[in-house]
Design a protein around this ligand. Sequence first.
Ligand code: ACO
Length: 402
Amino acid sequence: GFDISKLLAQTGVTTLDPGFVNTASCTSAITFIDGDKGILQYRGYPIEQLAEKATFIEVAYLLIYGELPTQTQLDDFYGKISRRMMLDERLRELYRSFPRGAHPMQVLAAGVTALGAFHRDHLDVHNPEHVEESSLRLLGSMPTLAAYAYKSSIGAPFLYPQTKLGYVENYLRLSFGTPMEEYEIDPDVVRAFETLFILHADHEQNASTSTVRLVGSADANIYASMSSGVAALSGPLHGGANQAVLEMLREISAEGLNIKDFVAQVKDKKSGVKLMGFGHRVYKNYDPRAKIIKGHADTLLRGSDKNNHLLDMALELEQTALSDDYFIERKLYPNVDFYTGLIYEAMGFPASHFTALFALGRLPGWIAQWREQHADPNRKIGRPRQIYVGEKERDYLPINER
Ligand code: ACO
C-alpha cells in the first residue's frame, strides 16, 4: 500500500506535532473510539454491553486474541492465569524491603521489571511460546504484585493466592484478607470491580500504551514494556488522576470551599488549579466510561453515609462545570477517573493505591497492543524526529577562558 511516511522521508519533510495531537503512530484492530460521539468499542463490542455482561477475564481474552472465548477456552485461559499467580519467594522478599508508605505505583513498576528477572527463560520476543507464557505470567502475577505493594506499604503480612477463587475475588482477598481469619467476599464489590476493570482494559494509544509500544518497538522484553506502562500511567495527568480527584475533593471539603469558588479558581489560569478528572485528548463529549461509573457510584455509595458528602460534592462540581462556558467552549467533560476514586475509597483502598487498580485493569490492553505490534511484519523501531532549535556550531573554550 501507499506509505505516506516513506514519501515524506524521501522529500526530507518533517512534521512537528507536540503531544502527537494529530499523528497516528500505528494501525490497530483492538479498540475503536469516536471522541465526538462518546463511543468506545473493544474489538467491535460496545463498552456498555461488555461492562454489563462480561467478566474481566473474558474481556482480557477478547482484547488479546481478538474474539470472545467459548466456555472451554475461557476455563483453559483462566486455569493458566491462576497457576501463575504465585510469586517466587525471593520476589516476595524483595517486596518486604520497600519502605512503609512507598507509593504502590513505584513498587509495582519495580515488581513488574523484577518479574522478568525471575522468569528470564521466556524473554525472547520473537518466540511465540515465550510471548504467550510471559503474557499469562503477567496476568497472573500482577494482581499479586499490586496486592503486595499495598500490604507492604502498610507493613501487613502477605497472603498466598488461591487458584479456586475468581480473578477479582482472589485479588480482593490478597489485598484485604489476613492470615488470621477467612476473608468474606462481597459479590456486589466483586461485580463492581469486574465492571471497573473492564472499563479500564484498553483505550488505544494513550500515554501509557504508547510507552509500552515504544519500549516494545526496541524489542525490549515484555516485562520491561509493561513496567514502563505502569510508570507512564502513574502521572496525575494520566492514570494518577484518580488519586488526584479524591485529594482535590478532600481539599475542597477541608478548606470549606464553595464549589462555585473552586470552579472560579480553575477558570483562572494563573491559579494553576485544574479540575482533575475532567477533560480528555480524544473525548469531546461525555466519556462513556465515566457515564457507567457514575451510575455505579450512585448505587454503591448511597448506602454509606461516610462517602455521601464527597459524592454530593463531585456531582455538584460536575453540574457546575457542565453549565459553565469555560467548560462548554473547551468541551471538557468528566473522564474515567472522575468517579472511580469514590468507589475505590468506599471499598477500603487508600487513595495512593487507586492508580495501581487502574494498572491492573489496563494490563490486558497493554499486552494486546504489545502483541499486535510484534505480529506486524512491517513494524519499525519508534524513533520520532525533532526540530533542532539550539546553538549554531561554535568552538570549544578551555575552562580558564569561559
Ligand atoms: N481543568 C481546567 N482546564 C482544563 C482541564 C481541566 N481538567 N483540561 C483541559 N483544560 C483546558 C486547558 O487549559 C486548555 O485551555 P486553553 O484552550 O484555554 O489553553 C483546554 O482546556 C484544552 O486542554 P489541553 O490541555 O490542551 O488538552 P490535552 O488534550 O492536551 O490534555 C488532559 C488532556 C491531560 C486529560 C487534560 O484535560 C487534563 O489535564 N485533565 C486533568 C487531568 C486528568 O483528569 N487526567 C486523566 C485523563 S483520562 C486518563 O488518562 C485515564
